[in-house]
Design a protein around this ligand. Structure first.
Ligand code: SF4
Ligand code: SF4
Length: 73
């Protein structure tokens, strides 16, 4: 069975730099303009969780440790 992954964001740490978005081979990460975090930034979000392949490129790229990736059932 195909593995599934879930991303968890520490949204209040996000500075909206989009380095993670640039690193995603599936182009799944985008700034969420509907939200403003404690730092006054629009934080990153995932557009299609089902399409994530769990490569962790985004988490590795983030300078602020915002992204955690979990394998789910
Ligand atoms: S784990 Fe990989 S596929 Fe999933 S959002 Fe991050 S960079 Fe994209
Ligand atoms: S999650 Fe990290 S790399 Fe992505 S926009 Fe936020 S601070 Fe930048």
């Amino acid at each position: 069975m195909k593995k599934k992954f879930k991303l968890e964001f520490r949204k209040n740490r996000c500075k909206g730099c989009e380095l993670c978005a640039a690193a995603c081979p599936k182009h799944l990460l985008a700034i969420d303009k509907s939200e403003v975090n404690q730092g006054g930034y629009h934080p990153i979000g995932i557009t299609d969780q089902e399409a994530c392949i769990g490569c962790a490129s985004c988490a590795v790229m983030c300078p602020d440790g915002v992204i955690n990736i979990y394998e789910v059932e």
